[in-house]
Ligand binder design. Structure first.
Ligand code: MN
Ligand code: MN
Length: 461
């Protein structure tokens, strides 16, 4: 009966039982590279600049639409420093379609408001407006660092980086002490920390020998002026993000997990990057998308809905006299975004048969969305069949992934925007514990398998 059982019933495999010694070593090596990338890529801009630095080491060059383009060429285009598009030109024509993987590199965080600096009762603060889906109570009483740019009136740009260097101070949002939190504790979690209380503490010392008001605020501005040449008015044209200052670390006594800020979705972005870096002379053109703005709806000039994608793909097509519409029609896209890992401490929100689990490989989601698949790409059976075949042929361990029980909630990815372009698309990504929290957790083997999945898409479709 055992034979019939193996033949007829679907059973998922734990990756640790599947990988041989060599692959266990490759998995470790890959994850060390990913941890290094994640540590450096704490914002979308940093994710782009670090990806470009690595890409140039692998022979990628900036795409010049006026220069010749040949099979095997490795090119990239940074879209305003916040979205990155890379391609390895295939031997076949773009008319036959491209193999595309699309991840996003923005993560939930606290953005500074445009008039952020103020003083209250002799303490100085920044006002913030959170970005993306955060649970506000998780963002208080943790160390924060600041990254971003200030576009100065003279046309120059100043890069802000405070807290990433271990010698730097970190910043902080306060919360009530339990002794005085009886009323707050009666509030629902979503209301206990109002957005307008996510104020970042900056300092407590006044400027000496000054009789005016706001001496602490003035002292903070003096420090920023000495370090960056900024005046208060310059915040009007600044884009500064506060992100958790935790280091990326191994998690668990067996070191099988990785803790860090922004696995969603840099864990898939890096899988795509490493895969395309290693892609040489593919049959179909390989395209890697690292999009911005996914966490707020993929809108804006650097989001997945932006025509920046058509511009890049159209420029490649034009070099070959190919039609962009024909290229899209025959292309295949993996929307590489994280999914929720089944959490045994919170089993009630998931349906265990269809939920992804840590260490069972890259999670494939036929659909996402909420309330009856609303807003979802909902890949066809044929697309799912293609993925099954591809992964089976390339040793990719994968599992099915559904983001929560029916009607429990839900979420979206960039998949629907690729589908809207007449591109066959399916969602695939790394299962994450505590998604969107300041310190998310993934399993190393799942990261490695996602990289293998992206590689299979680039080289074997
Ligand atoms: Mn995501
Ligand atoms: Mn997300």
């Amino acid at each position: 009966m055992a034979e019939i059982r193996d033949e007829l019933l679907y059973r998922q495999k734990h990756i640790h039982d599947v990988l041989d010694g060599e692959e266990l070593r490759l998995s470790q090596e890959y994850c060390a590279r990913y941890m290094d990338y994640l540590q450096k890529a704490k914002t979308e801009r940093l994710a782009v600049s670090e990806a470009v630095r690595l890409a140039e080491g692998y022979g990628f060059r900036k795409f010049d639409r006026n220069a010749p383009l040949r099979a095997g060429d490795k090119i990239y285009r940074s879209v305003r420093g916040k979205m990155l598009l890379l391609a390895v030109i295939g031997r076949g024509s773009m008319e036959e379609g491209a193999n595309i993987c699309a991840a996003h590199i923005d993560s939930p965080r606290l953005d500074l408001k445009q008039i952020p600096l103020y003083e209250q009762n002799e303490l100085a603060y920044f006002k913030t407006h959170y970005y993306g889906g955060i649970r506000k109570y998780q963002w208080v009483t943790i160390p924060l660092e600041l990254h971003g740019v200030v576009a100065m009136k003279d046309g120059s740009t100043v890069t802000v980086n405070i807290g990433a260097d271990p010698e730097d101070p970190v910043l902080y949002v306060t919360d009530l002490l339990p002794h005085l939190a009886a009323k707050q504790s009666e509030q629902p979690l979503a209301k206990a920390i109002p957005g307008e209380k996510l104020n970042i503490l900056l300092g407590s010392l006044p400027v000496r020998d000054d009789k005016g008001a706001d001496r602490v605020k003035l002292n903070v501005m003096k420090i920023l002026n000495e370090k960056y040449g900024l005046t208060e008015e310059d915040f009007l044209s600044a884009e500064i993000e506060a992100v958790p200052a935790f280091p990326v670390r191994e998690v668990g006594l067996d070191r099988s997990l990785i803790g860090g800020y922004g696995h969603d979705d840099r864990v898939c972005a890096f899988a795509e990057l490493q895969a395309i870096y290693e892609t040489e002379n593919p049959e179909r053109t390989a395209v890697c998308i690292l999009a911005d703005k996914e966490e707020i709806g993929s809108v804006g000039v650097t989001g997945m809905i932006s025509e920046a994608f058509e511009c890049f793909m159209g420029d490649i097509c034009a070099k070959q006299g190919a039609q962009l519409r024909h290229c899209f029609e025959s292309s295949f896209c993996v929307s590489a975004d994280v999914t929720n890992a089944f959490d045994p401490t919170w089993p009630e929100v998931s349906e265990v048969r269809n939920s992804s689990k840590l260490n069972y490989g890259v999670g494939i989601a036929k659909f996402t969305g909420r309330g009856g698949k609303s807003g979802s790409n909902d890949a066809s059976a044929e697309v799912m069949g293609k993925i099954r075949r591809l992964f089976a042929e390339n040793g990719v361990v994968w599992q099915y992934a559904e983001l929560g029980k029916v009607d429990e909630g839900g979420g979206g990815t960039v998949a629907c925007y690729m589908g809207n372009r007449n591109i066959d698309t399916v969602d695939a990504g790394v299962p994450v514990l505590s998604m969107h929290s300041p310190y998310e957790v993934v399993a190393k083997h799942d990261c490695y398998m996602t990289y293998k999945a992206m590689k299979a898409v680039y080289t074997n479709i």
